[in-house]
Write a protein that binds this ligand. Structure first.
Ligand SMILES: NC(=O)c1ccc[n+]([C@@H]2O[C@H](COP(=O)([O-])OP(=O)(O)OC[C@H]3O[C@@H](n4cnc5c(N)ncnc54)[C@H](OP(=O)(O)O)[C@@H]3O)[C@@H](O)[C@H]2O)c1
Length: 251
């Protein structure tokens, strides 16, 4: 923390903090003290802390608020090796779930090491065609239709669409096509199907900070780029195959 406003009491210059806001690719950002910024646990690096905002919050809110994951429930995470997925696997495990992670061959060991009880290699097997049924599906890569996802859900299961833009999406309305489908389907199906939008919350950042401090959550950093290399970082992310998070460091 470089400076604080005159009414800010919970931080002081020199505090190590993490969090963020829109447009935060910069040496300095000016967040609101009561919004998405909190003290950084001493045992994690700034790079790890920087990776939490949005991806970690999305995973927490997907598991806890949308999926309402309970101990012992079977949770499938499609896209388990990416930014959101690597947090979601660990958070779902910390909620006591039996977690299945879907990823490609090269990421199977990494997803297992995060605590996944089962892994499915999407290059060899289609989870939507399997016999296993799940209580919650967290979908970072909506590459299956909603009916295919519904097929693998238990009758009272929940489908949470995190990533948008599936291959079958309408060209003009994009992911909103799936949202509309979930609304149309809702009265006729027993499962809960819906899309989520992460909400930056100080209290959730603090929860994630506590989980990292206690060793329950460890951010996975794929690559770090300097701020001056930002275009290369974005181009890498856009390839859609990050392993965990991509972090920008400030020189
Ligand atoms: N709703 C919200 O509030 C919210 C918040 C944050 C992000 N998002 C969205 O959520 C999505 C995921 O974000 P992210 O940051 O996790 O993305 P990411 O870091 O780019 O991760 C993408 C991951 O998907 C995996 N993947 C690619 N094709 C796959 C397939 N066919 N089956 C299973 N996994 C596959 C990749 O693994 P391989 O390399 O093994 O293929 C990669 O690890 C994005 O669409 C993002 O825009 C939504």
């Amino acid at each position: 923390m470089e400076a604080v406003g005159k009414n800010v009491t919970q931080f002081k210059p020199g505090d190590e903090v993490f969090g963020g806001r829109d447009g935060a690719f910069a040496e300095y950002v000016c967040p609101r003290a009561d919004r998405a910024v909190t003290l950084k646990p001493a045992n994690i690096t700034f790079e790890q802390a920087a990776s939490v905002n949005i991806a970690g919050i999305t995973a927490l809110q997907a598991v806890r608020d949308k999926g309402k994951v309970q101990p012992g429930q079977k949770v499938l995470i499609n896209g388990a090796s990416g930014g959101v997925g690597t947090f979601a696997v660990q958070i779902a495990k910390s909620f006591g779930a039996d977690v299945t992670g879907v990823c490609s061959t090269r990421n199977l060991d990494m997803v297992r090491s995060l605590g996944a009880d089962h892994v499915i290699d999407y290059t060899k097997e289609d989870f939507a065609k399997g016999d296993q049924r799940y209580d919650v599906v967290l979908d970072n890569v909506p590459n299956h239709s909603l009916s295919e996802c519904r097929r693998v859900l238990n009758p009272q299961g929940k489908y949470v669409m995190i990533g948008g833009g599936g291959p079958n999406d309408n060209r003009w309305i994009g992911p909103f096509g799936r949202l509309i489908q979930t609304l149309v389907m809702a009265p006729f199906v027993s499962q809960k199907m819906g899309m989520m939008m992460a909400e930056l919350k100080k209290s959730d950042l603090a929860i994630l900070g506590d989980m990292m401090q206690s060793g329950k959550l460890k951010p996975v950093i794929d690559r770090t780029y300097k701020l001056s290399e930002l275009p290369a970082a974005i181009a890498y992310l856009e390839e859609g195959h990050a392993r965990g998070k991509v972090v920008i460091t400030v020189e």
